[in-house]
Write a protein that binds this ligand. Structure first.
Ligand code: ADP
Length: 231
């Protein structure tokens, strides 16, 4: 479904990714792992077109998207939840969801029930400005905002980083349900090895902008992986 080949990208004169290959099959969940600063966020940003591709190519659902602007990638079905879970602070939770759905060309501006069913905590907060939500609730809103665009693939950058433990489990459960029950393809930068091990069909470990290991999720239990991730 998503095919990244020989990807190179960076910031200014700094090169960060050196020929990264990555494949996400339809309906599968792929984890990108690696220590801080190895290029995980850079990889996701390049896939989304936030950063330009310097070499290599990206195909999504059979189309070459290497040079497409971000909004067209979103329209083709890539849903991105960046780090930092930013929303429109002054808009209510409901308005945040509506605005995003409208901007993505959604059929109507309503908030689909199935999205709120995934995040029951957000229901009583629908009329609350997003800026008043806790960090964990804001992350749930950020995921919900991406879901109202009805993506074919969900791309998440460390969705549980810095989130209070009680909400971490809820967010993990939602990712698991979206993947297992709805068959959504997921590309996930994940720091929790046990969560990745439980859910990942495939994983990729980056080190200094290079893929140093790639394999099936169950191989994450191997001691070598812990060494690579220094956990
Ligand atoms: P990770 O997500 O694996 O922690 P990043 O992709 O965020 O790593 O960063 C990879 C490298 O790119 C790091 O060396 C980082 O310092 C550098 N980098 C990240 N963002 C920028 C930026 N906006 N400008 C310049 N360098 C950056």
């Amino acid at each position: 479904m998503l095919e990244v080949a020989g990807l190179e990208a960076g910031y200014g004169r700094a090169r960060v990714l050196f020929g990264v290959d990555l494949t996400v099959a339809a309906g599968s969940l792929v984890c990108v792992m690696g220590r801080n600063g190895v290029g995980k966020t850079t990889l996701l940003e390049t896939i989304m077109g936030v950063l330009p591709v310097r070499a290599g190519r990206i195909r999504f659902r059979g189309r070459d998207i290497t040079r497409l602007p971000t909004h067209e990638r979103v329209r083709l079905g890539l849903g991105y939840v960046p780090q930092g879970h930013e929303s429109f602070d002054r808009l209510s939770v409901r308005e945040n969801l509506r605005v995003t759905r409208e901007a993505s060309g959604g059929r109507d501006a309503g908030v689909p029930d199935e999205v709120l069913d995934l995040f029951p905590r957000l229901r009583p907060l629908l009329n609350r400005p997003a800026g008043f939500l806790s960090g964990g609730q804001q992350q749930q809103l950020a995921i919900a905002r991406t879901l109202v665009t009805e993506p074919a693939m969900l791309i998440l950058d460390e969705p549980t980083e810095g989130i209070q433990p009680s909400i971490v489990t809820e967010i993990e459960d939602v990712i698991e349900r979206l993947h297992r029950e709805r068959g959504l393809a997921v590309l996930l930068v994940e720091q929790y090895l046990d969560f990745a091990e439980r859910l990942a069909d495939r994983f990729t470990v980056l080190d200094a902008g290079v893929v140093v290991r790639e394999g099936a999720g169950r191989e994450l239990a191997e001691p070598e992986i812990r060494r690579l991730l220094a956990v």
